[in-house]
Design a protein around this ligand. Structure first.
Ligand code: 13P
Length: 253
């Protein structure tokens, strides 16, 4: 039985004080259980505060939203994997759609970031997903396979087992329109097949869905056994909403 991942991406919300309070409220509202992992991705400035809040909880971990691939140097405004580790992070997102589409992050850069994360001992969660146009053009699987190839294609099976993938179709992020559970599950199968072809153990690869996950649709999405968890933006910003999602029963696991 693998743990279900509930990942909260707070994007550019919640400074140290608010982030600590929210993490504390979420942890106070949940009992540690072995089959669930709570992941917090606060803004970089709030990493230490959230790390402090989760200390002692084996069912919770903290990650950076983005890293640079160089270990150190003259990169004003950037965060290296080592600095994120030093702040207590154990995970990092890589290639979130907002990084790709608002900041021009390239496929090749995601590959460099994944390598830097693994090299420093951080677990990368590679975000992939097609735009509405790419979906309309019938290209969604090709787009996701290309993003996988660029992001994690150079890794061996052992390294692949440390990678999680979040399928976040761009048209579903922050729009209130989620992928249907069946659509999400179909893409998760495509991702898993890609991993299996690289020799990665199917069970070792966690695939999450993200894009307008809410307390109302979480149960239907997580009823799909292809989904190992959810990566949530807007609905993770308050304890009330996030706790309702985290409490989603997982049938059959
Ligand atoms: P929303 O849940 O707000 O749609 O955001 C999804 C997301 O981008 C999580 O990384």
């Amino acid at each position: 039985m693998s743990a279900v991942l509930f990942a909260a991406n707070w994007k550019m919300h919640h400074g140290p004080r608010a982030a600590r309070a929210l993490a504390q409220a979420v942890l106070a509202g949940t009992k540690p259980v072995a089959d669930r992992l709570l992941l917090f991705f606060p803004p970089a400035v709030s990493l230490p505060a959230v790390v402090e809040a989760v200390r002692g909880r084996t069912d919770a971990a903290v990650g950076a939203q983005n890293i640079h691939w160089e270990p150190k140097g003259a990169f004003t405004g950037e965060l290296s994997a080592l600095l994120a580790m030093e702040a207590g992070a154990t995970w990092t997102l890589v290639g979130h759609s907002e990084r790709r589409h608002k900041f021009g992050e390239t496929d090749d850069e995601t590959g460099l970031k994944v390598r830097a994360a693994l090299g420093a001992g951080l677990r990368p969660m590679l975000c992939v997903g097609e735009t509405l146009q790419q979906r309309t053009d019938g290209e969604k699987e090709n787009v996701v396979r290309r993003q996988l190839e660029a992001g994690v294609g150079a890794l061996g099976a052992e390294e692949l087992a440390r990678v999680a993938v979040a399928y976040e179709p761009v048209w579903a992020i922050g729009t209130g329109v989620n992928a249907t559970p069946a659509d999400a599950a179909a893409m998760h199968r495509t991702i898993r097949e890609w991993f299996a072809r690289r020799g990665a153990p199917a069970a070792g690869c966690s695939v999450l869905y993200g894009g307008s996950v809410s307390p109302e649709n979480a149960a239907a999405l997580l009823a799909e056994e292809e989904l190992d968890g959810v990566l949530v933006g807007g609905a993770s910003l308050t304890a009330e909403s996030w706790l309702r999602i985290v409490a989603t029963p997982r049938a059959g696991r």
